[in-house]
Structure formats: C-alpha cells, structure tokens
Design a protein around this ligand. Structure first.
Ligand SMILES: *[C@@H]1O[C@H](CO)[C@@H](O)[C@H](O)[C@H]1NC(C)=O
Ligand SMILES: *[C@@H]1O[C@H](CO)[C@@H](O)[C@H](O)[C@H]1NC(C)=O
Ligand SMILES: *[C@@H]1O[C@H](CO)[C@@H](O)[C@H](O)[C@H]1NC(C)=O
Length: 629
C-alpha cells in the first residue's frame, strides 16, 4: 500500500466500499518506464513508480544523467548546507538525482532535489519489495509540496544499488524517463473521472482541490463542449458496519441508516458540520451532474462546484442545503429533479445514486480501487502527480490518439520550451522568423509551419518551403523577384513542382538571381538582315528596316511586300485609296480584284498573323476585313 494514504478517520469505524468483505482492496501502482542508455552493463528498460506529487510528463520523455549525492543521500536536508548543486552546466544534460528512501517524507526529498537544481528525483527503495506509490503527506507545514514541479519516481532497491555501483565505478549513467505509455491513448476522445469531495475544510488537500477546480474549469468546459472529453465526477462514500448503525458516530456521519457515510470534517462530533452533511452535499453534486448531463450540459457541474465553494463555505456556516439551492437556481437547473434524485436521507433505504458510486469505487479493468482522495482517472488509469492545471491537462492530452489532440494540448500552457534552445534542431527561416519547431506536451516536433494560410512543406528539420496556391505570397515562394520601371518579374510559379524558374527573357537559378538575357548580343533573336535589335530588361525590341516591313516575333522574321507576295500591303493600300477615290462605282471592280489577289499564299500568312496583329494594330487590317465581306 502507498505510504500514508490511510485516512486518520479510518479509526472512526467507517468502511470504504472498496475495502469491504471478501473483495480485498486492489491498489494499482501506476508506472512509467526508465531506459538506461549507458553504461552498456546496465542498458535496458526498467519500471519505476510515478510519485503522487510533482509533475510527471505524461505523454512525454526526459533525458538526463543520474547523480547520487556524496552526502545527504536521503535528501532530508537542503543541499545548500552541503554546498552541493545539481544545476546542469550549460549544454549539459539535466540531472536526475538519485536519493535513498527513509527518514523523511518523499515530498521533502523531491523538494530538496528540485531546490538544488535537479530536473527529476529518483528515490531508491530501502527494502526488497515490489514498487509502491510515493504519496504526499497530509500534515501541516508542507506548503512546499504545491511548488514541486519536477517529476518523481521510485525505483526498486535492486536497481538503485546497480545504479550506485555504476556511478561508483565512475561510469556516466544516462537515462530516459518515459511516460508515453503511462496512460492509454486509444482514440480521439478521452474519458476521465475526478474523485472528489465537497468538504472544504481538510487543509492543504481541500485547498488544492478547490484551486484545481477553479483553474481547470474553463479548459474542462471547452473540452467537454467540443466533444473531446467525457467527464464524470465521483464521490467516495464509506459505510457503517452493521453492528454500529445505531451508534452516535454512525448517526452523525451517515445517511440512509448507516449506508452512506463521510468522515466528520473536523474529526470532532460536537462542533461544526457532521459527516452526514458532507454526504448530503456530495449527493447533491452527483445529482446535479446527472440532471445537467441529461439536459446535454454536463459541464455545468464545474460552475456549480466552483460557485458552491465560494458562496457556501463551512467556515461562514453556509454549508447548507438552502445555500446549495440558491446556487442551483442561479445556474437555472431543475431543482425539483435534483431533489427527487437526492431522496430522503433519513429513510432506511438504498439511494441508487450513492449505491452506484460505491460500486464504482471498486477497481475494474486497468483502474484499481480509488482510495486516494482526490484522485483523477484518465482513460481508466489513475493519474499520479500534482493536482494542478497544466500537469492534469498534460495527462488528459496524452490520452488522445496521437495527432487527434485538440489545440489546447498544443498551447503554451503545457509547452516544454524545447524550441528555445537551438530552435529544437528544427528548420528555421531566420530572415522571416518562420520556424518548424512546435512546442507540444509530447515534446517538441519539427513540423513545417502554416504562415498566413500558406502551408510549408518539407521534412521540418533541414528543409521547408511554401507550397500550394498562395505560396508566392510568402516571401515570393523563396524565389527571385524584381521590379524596375513599373515592370515586375518573378521566378515563382504557383505550380510547386516547378519550383523557382526564371521567367522568359531571364536566366539564373531562380532563387537568388535571374539576369536579363541580352537577346541582341547573344544573337538569339532579331537576326534577320534588315532587323535592328534593341535589348530591354526582360525582353528586346526589334524593328525592321523600312516602314513597310513588319516584325513577326514568333518567327523572328520580318515580312515585307516582297517577302509575302508581289501583292503586299502597299498594293492593298493603293487599292484602298483607289477605292476611296473611285467611289461606289469602283466598288465592284475593287472586290473582284481583291479576291484575285488573295492567292493561297497570302491567305495562309494572314490566317497565321491576324489574331496577333489584329489586337495591336487593328486599323491596318480594316482593308482586309472589308475585302472579305
Ligand atoms: C511556493 O510558491 C509560491 C508562489 O510561487 C510562493 O509564494 C511560496 O513562497 C513558495 N513556497 C515555498 C515553500 O517555496
Ligand atoms: C452522461 O450523458 C452521456 C450521453 O448522454 C452518457 O453516455 C453518460 O453515461 C452520462 N453520464 C452519467 C454519469 O449519467
Ligand atoms: C520571432 O517570432 C517569435 C514568436 O513568433 C518572437 O517571440 C520573436 O521575438 C521573433 N523574433 C524576431 C527576430 O522577430
């Protein structure tokens, strides 16, 4: 059993359903794995038990080197007193401090290790036994527990001894702590339960619960509303052994004739509220959840629990049914329905709702009995570690099948900051500040980014480039682009496969450089005898000698009267002028003659060039069009 989990009020007769009768309590020690990568003699994968304090990195891993302190091996004192520090040197691996079990709380060891700069604490058991769960104590003067952020793990005595031996030999012990398989992550919805209690006067644990509800509420509600999670709250109840049902103790701590009990909040029957008041409030909270769930709004439970703790605290003597009803009303829930569900606490009969809670307490499947309060269960496995927003969110997130986790899992709140150093080893465009490093709860991933709606493609490590439609909008797709005299040329093509290609009239790699091609000098165009070549940026101009010649770009040639036929443009112009002079009478003659001139050669050439010339110089062709009619 876990050290220190047995409640003090155990002595007050009450029995946990999960401990009843023949059903022997089954507590499951939740584990993560520890892989030794060096020295070779120790290489392998070992199990360790996740401590119920600090922050296990659910879904993730941590690399480090093991150090065993020369003194203060049990870490019961601060390491400052011994002039020891375990802060890694720049560029060095984080330190996992190995300490011995015994003499003080596990949490004290964890806190001292963390304060000395260790990144995790490994506690070596001091006896040969199966792994146990290291829990946090329920005593005063342990405020530091809230501040423990390093993960903690218990290792067996045997393995602890092996580690120490290797260190004694001067070996460097490299290990990987791995929580990736600590929780099942089968699909795209996470089912989780929170085993809690409405009692608000139980010291640090109750404060922690309330802080958790306050901080996690918003996230829990968003996850639930969007269908990412199915959350169910649960309440532990005890029962009174038959023989004591009529005793004063059971009467003040139980309802329904000793069937459902809770320990007295003050552990004093004469003052303050009794256990039975707590059971009734717990019952109201379960019933509220059921009614809210029926109306399709299970997340209202978070509002109720949050508001109730603020509006109806024990210390203000407001922990009453009346006060609870006020909160229910303000949330707009059906109070009659909730009252029917609560039933008559004085009646000697079963309450189906509380009966179901007692049954659920008993472990099933992979879960194990619920005996630590509060307890969080994620995908049917108990969560271990601090009850704190980011630690719990990390655990919930690790319960999603990889890549189906919602955005909130990739947010800053639970990032690992692995991108801060060397950009996590991922691709980066320094000039534009684009990076492929994404900080997630699973550790960093190198994934080409999405910038202003444009997806980058590549391996994420050495190479990413804008892709798809719109790629040219981002940094011109990484291609050359230049503007001169109101003319702009770009080497970016929207077809990704084409990459960067200099536009016609330019040559170069398309990325950094595209140079104008001097078509004249390089004798690429405008090579006819009569031509005059004039290079321009990105193009050239070619004119043919004499005003009666036309340059045909595609064929890089000039056509003149003589080169087309003996009846060229000039002749047509003469005809036209002749027509103008001859008037209507000459019209028939003109038509007749034109037809005869349009021999097959002219027709072919005109058919080829008309569309082009048509747009640029329509007037020149009016005679031809006209002639066709
Ligand atoms: C824990 O952290 C809080 C806030 O960060 C701080 O005020 C408090 O002093 C810390 N407690 C200890 C024991 O260091
Ligand atoms: C809440 O409602 C869902 C769906 O309507 C159902 O599957 C689930 O069992 C309900 N939970 C409880 C505790 O009634
Ligand atoms: C780059 O972007 C990050 C976050 O997007 C920002 O924190 C950082 O200051 C930027 N750096 C530069 C040089 O713009």
């Amino acid at each position: 059993m876990a050290g220190g989990w047995l409640p003090v009020w155990w002595t007050l007769l009450l029995v946990l359903a999960s401990m009843a009768g023949e059903a022997v309590g089954r507590f499951v020690v939740e584990k993560n794995s520890l892989r030794v990568t060096s020295p070779p003699g120790l290489r392998g994968v070992y199990e360790c038990a996740i401590g119920n304090f600090g922050m296990p990195q659910y879904g993730g891993t941590m690399h480090g080197v093991v150090i065993y302190p020369k003194s203060n091996m049990k870490a019961c004192k601060g390491f400052d007193d011994f002039d020891l520090s375990f802060k890694p040197k720049p560029g060095g691996l984080p330190v996992f401090l190995l300490v011995d079990r015994g003499d003080c709380y596990f949490t004290t060891k964890g806190w001292n290790a963390q304060s000395a700069g260790a990144a995790a604490v490994l506690v070596a058991d001091d006896k040969l036994e199966p792994l146990i769960t290291m829990d946090s104590p329920e005593s005063s003067g342990t405020d530091y527990i809230e501040n423990i952020t390093v993960p903690s793990a218990l290792v067996t005595k045997k393995f602890g001894d092996d580690l120490k031996k290797a260190l004694e030999n001067g070996d460097m012990v490299n290990v990987l702590l791995d929580w990736r398989e600590s929780l099942p992550h089968p699909d795209e919805r996470v089912e989780y339960e929170f085993w809690t209690n409405s009692n608000d006067e139980c010291g640090a644990k109750c404060d922690m619960q309330m802080n958790f509800v306050r901080n996690f509420r918003g996230t829990a509600q968003v996850l639930e509303k969007r269908g990412y999670t199915q959350f169910t709250p649960h309440y532990i109840t005890w029962y009174c052994p038959e023989a004591f049902v009529l005793s004063q103790q059971c009467k003040s701590q139980c309802i329904n004739h000793g069937r459902y009990c809770a320990p007295d909040p003050e552990q004093d029957f004469d003052i303050g509220y009794d256990g039975k008041d707590v059971v009734v409030q717990n019952l109201i909270q379960i019933c509220l959840f059921r009614v809210a769930n029926e109306t399709g709004k299970p997340w209202v439970w978070w509002d109720y629990v949050h508001d109730f703790a603020i509006r109806c605290p024990m210390r203000e003597k407001k922990y009453t049914r009346d006060c609870a009803n006020g909160v229910i009303k303000s949330l707009g829930l059906d109070i009659e329905k909730i009252n029917r569900c609560v039933g008559d606490p004085a009646a000697d009969e079963e309450n189906p709702v509380l009966k179901a809670e007692q049954d659920a307490q008993i472990g099933r499947g992979t879960r194990g009995d619920v005996t630590i309060l509060p307890t969080l269960v994620v995908n049917d496995k108990q969560y271990r570690g601090k009850l704190e927003k980011s630690a719990v969110l990390r655990a919930v997130c690790s319960g999603f099948e990889e890549t189906t986790e919602p955005d909130v899992c990739l947010s800053e709140a639970i990032q690992t900051n692995q991108c801060l150093e060397n950009n996590g080893g991922c691709w980066m465009d320094n000039a534009n500040n684009f990076t492929a490093c994404k900080d997630t709860f699973r550790g960093r991933v190198c994934e080409c980014p999405l910038v202003h709606g444009v997806k980058f493609a590549g391996d994420g490590y050495t190479h990413c480039e804008a892709s798809g439609v719109g790629r040219c909008q981002i940094n011109n797709g990484g291609c050359w682009k230049e503007a001169r005299n109101e003319k702009t040329f770009s080497a970016c093509s929207h077809e990704v496969s084409e990459g960067c290609k200099c536009p016609p009239g330019f040559k170069g790699d398309g990325i950094k450089i595209c140079e104008d091609i001097d078509e004249c000098k390089e004798k690429l165009s405008c090579q006819c005898k009569e031509c005059t070549c004039d290079n321009t940026w990105g193009s050239y101009e070619c004119s043919c000698g004499g005003s009666n010649m036309l340059y045909i770009r595609e064929h890089d040639t000039c056509i003149t009267k003589s080169s087309t036929s003996s009846l060229g443009w000039t002749f047509l112009w003469i005809i036209f002028l002749g027509l103008a002079l001859a008037g209507v009478g000459a019209y028939a003659v003109y038509k007749y003659r034109l037809r005869s001139y349009m021999d097959s050669e002219i027709r072919t050439i005109m058919a080829q060039y008309m569309p082009l010339d048509n747009q640029e110089t329509p007037n020149q062709h009016r005679p031809v069009e006209h002639a066709d009619i």
